[in-house]
Ligand binder design. Structure first.
Ligand code: SF4
Length: 367
């Protein structure tokens, strides 16, 4: 038959220059990638690799590790070698660690040439080493560490200040004919952040790494990041994303993937279409939806599962989904691809849905 059309997105991707972060392409027509950052002490190689394995399993594409001390720099080679996904070393001031990270085989280094220049101008040598090793870089402009000169000029970290800083930092690499870098201009205020990225996107074709910095605990951070990334991605701006949460990094990856899936920038996997419940509900929809979600966690196939509280909208939604239940009268009508395949007592709804989901997943060729 005809190949299925890809699902629609809100805007075409902005054309950016493509760079390589190890095996992952960033920019151009590459899919928007999801990043996170480890929270373990980097020099604890086993713990760090363990966390990277968890992030990889959650669907993380690229991982960043902090490198504040010599012992962290010393651990990078082993981490880069054993990580299943590309590793980015995060370095603030020390050019020595940048060279160490490049030689250790890190896929990329986050480093601001402005900081490097202030202490010991080795920007040219860094650009050369990165070129020689095929390492890409990220310029990470951050409201919290904005240059004094710009803070004085603009009074605070305005979008203009962030963009001026980014464009200046970029020029420090570009004057050495180095172009394999992406840029971020992070701020904790989604409005400032969105304006900064929009302005930056007008100024050049650099691939952009999106982030709302210090976004906060899981609930607030999820919303801030979703709103900000949604505003930008819906205009085609953004090539790789990192959701920052004061929560375990696996949560960041889950949120990042869900944002991309919501915008059809990633294939939707398991999707639970559950009703909010209302006075008509004849079952406990919250518990049912939670139990079905928990039972199907980690499903790798695109599957829409409808969990509906009553027979008003229930059968309609359940029919549209791959699999669904519409409840009423202490029973659940189980739908598969629009057909009622059976009616089960309320107590058997969850296990029946999970069984059927597994069966459909197997037919799709994966479990
Ligand atoms: Fe209410 Fe039924 Fe709609 Fe759920 S499906 S919100 S219970 S009307």
């Amino acid at each position: 038959g005809m190949p299925a059309l890809p699902p629609p997105t809100l805007a075409p991707r902005r054309k950016t220059r493509q760079i390589k972060v190890g095996s992952v392409l960033v920019g151009g027509d590459a899919p928007v990638s999801v990043q996170s950052m480890t929270t373990t002490p980097t020099n604890d190689v086993n713990k760090t690799l363990q966390q990277i394995a968890e992030l990889t399993a959650a669907g993380c594409d690229i991982v960043r590790v902090a490198c504040p001390r010599q012992e962290d720099a010393d651990a990078l080679a082993e981490i880069a070698q054993h990580s299943q996904i590309p590793v980015i070393a995060d370095i603030h001031f020390q050019p020595g660690y940048v060279f160490a990270a490049i030689e250790a085989g890190c896929a990329a280094v986050r480093v601001n040439p402005g900081n490097i220049r202030k202490f010991d101008d080795q920007v040219k040598q860094i650009a050369q080493a990165a070129k020689d090793h095929g390492t890409s870089l990220r310029i990470g402009v951050n409201a919290g560490s904005l240059d004094k000169r710009l803070l004085e000029k603009y009074g605070k970290a305005t979008p203009e200040a962030l963009v001026e800083s980014a464009v200046w930092e970029a020029s420090l690499f570009e004057e050495h004919d180095f172009h394999d870098f992406k840029i971020s201009v992070k701020h904790n205020d989604p409005v400032v952040m969105v304006q900064a990225y929009e302005m930056l996107a007008e100024r050049g074709d650099w691939p952009l790494h999106l982030g709302v910095t210090e976004a906060g605990p899981a609930f607030q951070g999820t919303i801030k990041s979703s709103v900000a990334f949604g505003a930008l991605l819906s205009k085609g701006i953004g090539d790789t994303i990192r959701v920052s949460l004061s929560a375990p990094p696996v949560e960041e990856v889950k949120v990042g993937l869900q944002i991309l899936q919501s915008l059809n920038l990633r294939e939707r996997k398991l999707e639970i279409v559950s009703c909010p419940s209302c006075g008509r509900a004849q079952v406990d929809v919250y518990t049912l939806a939670e139990q079905v979600t928990a039972g199907l966690e980690g499903m790798e196939v695109p599957l829409r599962v409808a969990v509906m509280g009553c027979v008003v909208n229930g059968p309609g939604e359940a029919r549209e989904a791959d699999l669904g239940v519409a409840s009423g009268n202490g029973k659940g009508q189980i739908f598969v691809k629009g057909e009622v395949i059976k009616t089960v007592p309320e107590s058997a709804i969850v296990e029946t849905l999970i069984e059927e989901a597994m069966r459909i997943a197997e037919q799709m060729g994966e479990t």
